[in-house]
Design a binder for this molecule. Sequence first.
Ligand code: NAD
Length: 256
Amino acid sequence: MSQLLAGKNILVMGVANDRSIAWAIAQSLSAQGARLAFTYESERVEERVSKLAATIPNSIVLPCNVTVDSEIDTLTEKLKEHFGVLHGYVHSIAFARTEELEGLFVDTSRDGFALAHDISAYSLTAVAKRIYPLMTEGGSIMTMTYLGAERAMKNYNVMGVAKAALEASIRYLANDLGQFNVRVNGISAGPIRTLAAKGIKDFNSILRQVEEKAPLRRTTETAEVGDTAMFLMSDLSRGITGEVIHVDNGYHIIGV
Ligand code: NAD
């Protein structure tokens, strides 16, 4: 079978290390022939991201902290220079202060709420609004979300509220950008041990519960998310937009 993403140029934001979900996504995309542009948040992770990207043929690496508009503008210019046309955008970025990810949601601070929403939800729109004009041959945008957007989950707190805003953004962006043949979707992944997950208190007990209760009786692997992301980036998913697909071994369907 020919490669599903041959000739497609895709932006991947959110690789921090080789455990990042974005890294597994990049591998699935590259295996199907996509050309990738990676971004890194700050100089702190530049070397690590560049080393990983060096293992993916024809990829480029660019800086972009999503809280800074001028950095997103520069990223857009560089993508236009390098690729001309963009076909895909993977958003795999989130942040909340550790102290907001334990205890009670009712104690969330004003600036902690704003920060979590700025990085974890608004950044999808901030980047989408600049890059969709590069998707002149149609495009696919996807982001990463979690069950905490739909249910009140212990210790997820403000991040759950930010993910709910992110999931609503998927629907509004899908409705806006459909006329340009640009699709917007999300993957709601089961819990996976990554850098971001380290911030969530009692993460091990969440993993144990999934292993015991999920219909498939196992936790989610990043490669499972990577392959679903590949499907969403490919023409196989051409009829799907504004959707959130659960890649969680079925955990979201169970009752308590
Ligand atoms: P990760 O720590 O590897 O990835 C988070 C990424 O966000 C990092 O690359 C970090 O550099 C980036 N980031 C944070 N602030 C940024 C900023 N200001 N500018 C640019 N980049 C910034 O962890 P991950 O688990 O791979 O997380 C990726 C996505 O998947 C997140 O949206 C997360 O909420 C979501 N998710 C994770 C899980 C899980 O259990 N790990 C489950 C469902 C959804």
